[in-house]
Design a protein around this ligand. Sequence first.
Ligand code: G6P
Length: 612
Amino acid sequence: MCGIVGYIGSRNCVPIILEGLRRLEYRGYDSAGIAVLRDGAFFIRKNAGKVADLANALGRENGTLTAEVGMGHTRWATHGEPNDVNAHPHWDQHQQVAIVHNGIVENYMAIKTKLLRDGHTFLGGTDTEVLAHLIGVMFEECGDLTAAVRGALREVDGTYGIVVISPKAPDKMVVARKGSPLLIGVGDGENYVASDASAIVAHTRKVVYLDDGEIAEITRHRVRTMTIDDVTVEKQVQQITLELTQIERGGFEHFMLKEIHEQPETILNAMRGRLMVDEGDVRLGGLQNTIGKLLSARRIVLTACGTSWHAALVGEYMLEQIARVPAEVEYASEFRYRDPIVNIDDVVLLISQSGETADTLSALREAKSKGATVLGIVNVVGSSIARESHGGVYVHAGPEIGVASTKAFTSQLTVLALLTILLARARGMTRERGVVLAKELATLPEKVAQVLQNTQVFRDIAEEFKHCHNALYLGRGANFPVALEGALKLKEISYIHAEGYPAAEMKHGPIALIDKNMPVVVIVPKDGIYEKVMSNIQEVRARRGRIIAVANEDDTDIDQLAEFVIRVPRTYGFFGPILNIIPLQLLAYYIAVARGTNVDQPRNLAKSVTVE
Ligand code: G6P
């Protein structure tokens, strides 16, 4: 979703801002812009399209643009279409302040109506332009940019991460956060601001994370953090551990392919120091303070969005069937608005790669307000969900740049498997059984590496099916959510319509869609319901559907029925999803490449959805 980068110092900020924006491209956006202070005035350029278009335009118009204070933005449209006018930065009526903004001003219509009555004119349809005008009015009144931002934000309902600059206050940037992440990069005689550490990690590792409700006044040598009521807040400078190599492609054609291939290592990282194979048990440090609550929980409610929601569905199978803990899964966006019945003896488990998804964060707050224990399974360290949870487990997948989530998903599943073993042992599972499960889990990185060895089959299937319009994905048990996730991957990056279904449910509707053009991807491991799934495959065949099977290495029967067979090693049933999703990620990837779509930044999607 939207990205912010800003700089104040003595170097030329233009290349710093453009480079920062490039690093934020992965979040998904549809327009980009930059504002710098030069010769006592603004220089602003913005356009629909990519950061490269912005850089080209700047090069053409003003190859020698230099400035020491400036900010840039990538916008993912919410209010107003993604065109040049609606792109950020925005400015006020008299061009005294410029602003970049992540989030949504919910009461912008009321503010706009009042400003229109006072004679203001607006160029576009965004909520941000209204906020710029409001700050401008206050600035004219009080002459202090920081006070003007504080005053304007008092009138705003909604969420924001903002940076404001003014040629009338050329030695500062004023930034504020409520609901949209913002961090300040601390340098030597220079300071940065960004919505995401990756934008500034090339320059500094020292950061201050702003909390909700905080405002900061940033000069070259000083950062002053305060509340909206001007009470100074002392903040700690923290060290970020992110490495530049982690956010670069490292020889792969796309981030998504790199991240798919990282999975043997990221799955191992999720288990490292946590899985005690010889004891058949698990230790999760982040749950230390809440373990009592977890063990006595009446039920566990798992809630999330997108791919993380699919991980939650797999988690439900694991927790109920292995640990015998009642579990329920709910979309975070639904959970928060239906006044859910949540009690103090419930544990609500939030799953999120970014830790910033607005709906998931709101679900956390809803559950917390009702007295539940809230735990997070999160990838991004220090993110809002991680910080607001009572406890949790980091998945340690490293930065995920491809918009379509891959390695974060398998790491989430690995952590859910760990949690399941921990709970199962605490609830009476024998050590012997624990050892069997732990040993099997420990083999998964190696087995995933095997699946990744031969990618030719995916290229062949992609060639065959790249022009199809629809696809069906079928699975049963814990592989049903894998079918959902496989279909989601295909939709997200290839724009082919795809649906996931429980294999047996197919005959209650989707079977009507099957004809000789319909690819049907079936996950059919040799487990307790293998024969049932084989019958479902026969039903597809009888209607001339084209079967692509994800099957075990030793399954010879499947060759008779499927047009393509993708082989995966055998594993214990509930760990199967960690292996079976890998071919579906690769399938989506190679089909998207064959169709020539933008794999890492698919249209309309955002990496981290920080608005409702
Ligand atoms: C967006 C992303 C998805 C992701 C979902 C939830 O839609 O494009 O890949 O699964 O948000 O994000 P989270 O960061 O909470 O896991």
